[in-house]
Design a protein around this ligand. Structure first.
Ligand SMILES: *Cc1c(COP(=O)(O)O)cnc(C)c1O
Length: 578
């Protein structure tokens, strides 16, 4: 397939042509959410931030890609928490006008028989070597569209199934039409980050003008992120025929059959390459989808985005090439212990300043601090730690502080209950074990948290965490993971070297029967026998573990490695380095 030109191989003048001419870009990355920078609130969690991190590394490495998502003028939401722990959802104010360029291009799509205009905003991310990557944010909020059609690109994961279907047609069909209108006529790979953009196959089929699904398949690759069947978007044919139209609904029926369309089925059936996001997740996906065709590319994070200033300064000093070649972080083993500790304490104090500002609680930088922050989804079990509060008090009183954060989806009542539960426990244990729950978890807070705690706790129900990425932010800052063996951690875990496991290795049987209390018991035992004693009694080993975490984990779980793997395994491009 295509051999790419990379920046160092072409002259400056050619680079301009190369960058400006859409013909030279041959990869289009489609994602329902993209979190590219703090000021652009078009993401809800891991999926969107991963997309942003992948695009940043692609730009850093000079991969000729372009990306498409929706604008979400109302963002996701800003979380406020009452003193009792009730979540209040506020809309996010942001002004695309200040951060992106509005393009003149307009394309038409038909929804429920109405013609709707779609335009885009362009945000150009410039990578470390100066190579740029455009991201197009689709927008139907144009005055010629009806009031309700204008709102179709307002909310991320808002509205009902019909609203969601309309958004996915805008993304897949509208997105491809917009790329064509902009002159992207040489895309060899449409990369679907999750199934949301799957209707792209309908549009590719229409472009061909006939049913050559081999041709469609040859242009698409699909990354699945959801290890449970209920997590996949599903639209019955009667809804599809009312939103799209009878003809296309019939096409879809001929293409995949059944009573409706799971967007994952579109991805699975019409892609030349399919991947999961960790080794374990690939095993689970193969069993769930009953196909051997699922490869894996284990996720990573964008190293320079998620390394705090203190550690970045250290790496610059001792491992100068790390920024555009994070695999070099393997040399972190040579970092001086005292400098590692100081960089960490600086990040910890920055976090504690925020804790003090927001909660009025004064945390002690000499006390072991454990963090837990992620979307408050029930499978993530934020409150597993409080399974046996009496036991926790025995082990941890006066020895450990906890910091929590995470938004619950507005319709997810059980997740909201978990947040309230944590508030209740915090009030109950009082000063014996200081616990704070910080409001409004987002990229900015994630940066401070994943650098400032000593240990990152992760207790999902196996095997529900396809990969997980927050723990990878931590490893860039020498913060150890203390986690259930699921997702990426199965690949990154070396006991007492890069962190600690909780509970047994996952196996297929656990998909059916599961002993939850065992995880809590193991958590308490390890906290008592390993984590607390090592922190207080063996600081030298602790710092040695921090360095191993960086060297062994951060050198691998980064999106530079991820993008290179996609180039080799999925895009079919020869990777030339940077
Ligand atoms: C990294 C990140 C996530 C994803 O965390 P997981 O551990 O994968 O659940 C979610 N939300 C925010 C704001 C993040 O920065």
């Amino acid at each position: 397939m295509t051999v790419l030109n990379y920046k160092e191989n072409i002259s400056e003048s050619m680079l301009n042509t190369f960058e400006r001419n859409p013909i030279f870009r041959n990869i289009a990355y489609f994602s329902m959410e993209i979190g590219i920078e703090k000021e652009i609130p078009t993401y809800s969690g891991g999926l969107g931030i991963l997309a942003g991190d992948i695009l940043k590394s692609a730009a850093d490495l000079g991969v000729p890609a372009v990306a498409v998502t929706l604008l979400y003028r109302k963002g996701y939401f800003r979380q406020e928490l009452t003193p009792e722990g009730d979540q209040i959802e506020r809309s996010v104010e942001w002004e695309p006008e200040k951060l992106m360029a509005k393009l003149d291009n307009r394309v038409t799509i038909t929804l429920e028989g109405r013609e709707i205009l779609v335009r885009a905003w362009s945000y150009v991310y410039v990578g470390q070597s100066g190579y740029s990557l455009p991201i197009y944010f689709l927008d139907t909020d144009i005055d010629v569209n009806s009031e309700s059609d204008r709102q179709l690109t307002w909310e991320l994961y808002g509205g009902d199934n019909r609203y969601r279907l309309c958004q996915e047609v805008i993304l897949g069909v509208g997105g491809l039409r917009l790329l064509r209108d902009l002159g992207y006529n040489n895309i060899k790979t449409f990369h679907l980050n999750e199934g949301h953009a799957g209707f792209i196959v309908l549009e590719l089929r229409r472009e061909l003008g006939y049913d050559d699904f081999e041709k469609v398949r040859n242009d698409v690759i699909f990354t699945t992120h959801t290890p449970v069947p209920a997590g996949h978007d599903y639209f019955p044919y009667d809804l599809i025929s009312s939103v799209i139209d009878e003809r296309n609904s019939a096409h879809l029926h001929a293409m995949i059959g059944g009573d409706g369309v799971s967007m994952t089925d579109l991805g699975l059936n019409f892609s030349r390459y399919i991947n999961a996001v960790s080794k374990k997740h690939a095993e689970v996906s193969r069993a769930m989808f009953k196909t051997d065709k699922v490869d894996y590319v284990t996720n990573g994070v964008h190293s320079t985005t998620w390394t705090c200033p203190g550690f970045a300064r250290l790496y610059d000093k001792y491992i100068p090439s790390w920024r555009n070649d994070p695999s070099r972080l393997i040399q972190a083993l040579q970092l001086p212990d005292d400098e590692v500790w100081k960089a960490h304490q600086a990040a910890k104090m920055r976090l504690f300043a925020k804790v003090l500002e927001e909660s009025g609680k004064e945390f002690d930088s000499n006390v072991l601090t454990i963090g837990f922050a992620r979307r408050a989804a029930t499978y993530k079990r934020a409150d597993l730690l409080f399974d046996d509060v009496k036991r926790l008090l025995e082990i941890a009183s006066g020895q450990v502080q906890f910091i929590f954060a995470g938004k619950a989806h507005p319709h997810d009542m059980p997740a909201k209950d978990i947040i309230k539960h944590i508030f209740g426990i915090a009030a109950k244990v009082g000063d014996a074990i200081p616990i704070v729950f910080l409001e409004n978890y987002n990229m900015q807070l994630a940066q401070i948290l994943t650098a400032g705690v000593d240990v990152w706790l992760n207790t999902p129900i196996r095997p529900r965490e396809a990969s997980g990425t927050s723990g990878m932010k931590c490893i860039h800052n020498g913060v150890m993971n203390f986690s259930v063996l699921d997702g990426w951690w199965i690949e990154g875990w070396i006991e007492d070297v890069t962190g600690w496991s909780i509970g047994p290795l996952s196996n297929e049987a656990e998909l059916v029967d599961y002993d939850e209390t065992q995880d809590a018991i193991d958590l308490y035992n390890k906290l008592e026998k390993k984590v607390i004693p090592t922190y207080y009694k063996d600081r030298k080993k602790w710092v040695w573990m921090m360095k191993n975490t960086i060297a062994i984990n951060a050198s691998y779980f980064n999106t530079h490695r991820v993008v290179k793997e996609y180039c080799e395994k999925a895009y079919g491009t020869v990777f030339r380095g940077h």
